[in-house]
Design a protein around this ligand. Structure first.
Ligand SMILES: C[S@@+](CC[C@H](N)C(=O)[O-])C[C@H]1O[C@@H](n2cnc3c(N)ncnc32)[C@H](O)[C@@H]1O
Length: 255
């Protein structure tokens, strides 16, 4: 189903796609990830000035260390968060790394195999909106820069809540709203001008993904908006922490 707010759907660009929802958005977003998968890690490091490593480490550290724990990483992509979660789950722990996009997942499978961790981290293709797991399956669910791309966020949140064990936690790392006005201005200039130029050059990509990125960030709920959505999905205790002045935020929601 295609739902668009204006005629730009006829010639979609990254900005228009960020306003869509449903299947059409999902397909367009997936096409972009397929196009950039090989360059994703390099671009991530360049465009975040290496900060994404720190953001992901803090996200993984928000999952308590547990012996024999089971964790699910959604939108696992090239596998960074799944790899960081692994040592927190003890020698018998298991991580499921799930992504809708096979090209991104292939990069993750390779990275995980190179580190000899294929028996501990299982890569699966799947959709965060329809999780193929029993209820109360996981001690923790994480999502790094995934939820912004999902067609129906509320549906994904209720699925995440369903598969979490009672008391389990969902840790969501996402771009958010910088708290100070000056940082917002600098960040706007960076993300709408410099970032699309560098991203497109490195990935040699013609699918507008690096225009979609800042547009999707602006269209995504801010810190408090995400808290409200998580409460609406039935999570009882929700809190968040801003990183790098609120450029990204980590939300923690307990079932
Ligand atoms: C920006 S990448 C983040 C990858 C990785 N988590 C990281 O932080 O580097 C977003 C990932 O979410 C995946 N994704 C988007 N929508 C999804 C959905 N509905 N279900 C599962 N994965 C999805 C994309 O295919 C993509 O690999």
């Amino acid at each position: 189903m295609l739902r668009s707010t204006d005629n730009s759907a006829a010639t979609p660009d990254g900005q228009a796609i960020s306003q869509w929802s449903g299947e059409a958005r999902e397909q367009a977003v997936q096409k972009m990830f397929t196009a950039i998968a090989r360059y994703y890690d390099l671009n991530n490091s360049l465009l975040s000035l290496g900060l994404h490593h720190r953001w992901k480490k803090i996200t993984a550290a928000s999952v308590p260390v547990m012996e024999g724990g089971r964790a699910l990483d959604l939108g696992a992509g090239t596998g960074d968060l799944a790899l960081l979660l692994n040592p927190r789950l003890g020698p018998t722990g298991q991580v499921a790394a799930l992504d809708l996009n096979m090209a991104m997942l292939r990069q993750g499978i390779q990275k995980i195999a190179t580190r000899g961790l294929s028996s501990r981290i299982t890569c699966l293709q799947g959709n965060a909106e329809h999780l193929n797991f029993h209820q109360d399956s996981f001690d923790a669910v994480t999502a790094g820069f995934c939820i912004r791309n999902v067609g129906n966020i509320s549906q994904a949140f209720s699925e995440i809540r369903r598969v979490l064990k009672p008391g389990g936690r969902f840790v969501c790392l996402e771009f958010s709203q910088p708290v100070s006005r000056w940082l917002r201005r600098v960040y706007d200039w960076y993300s709408f001008h410099l970032l699309p130029t560098i991203g497109t050059l490195v990935a040699r990509d013609g699918t507008d993904v690096y225009q979609y990125l800042p547009a999707s960030i602006r269209a995504f709920p801010n810190q408090e908006g995400l808290v409200a959505l998580l409460h609406k999905a039935g999570f009882q205790h929700v809190e968040y922490r801003n990183l790098t002045g609120g450029i990204v935020a980590i939300h923690i929601a307990i079932k």
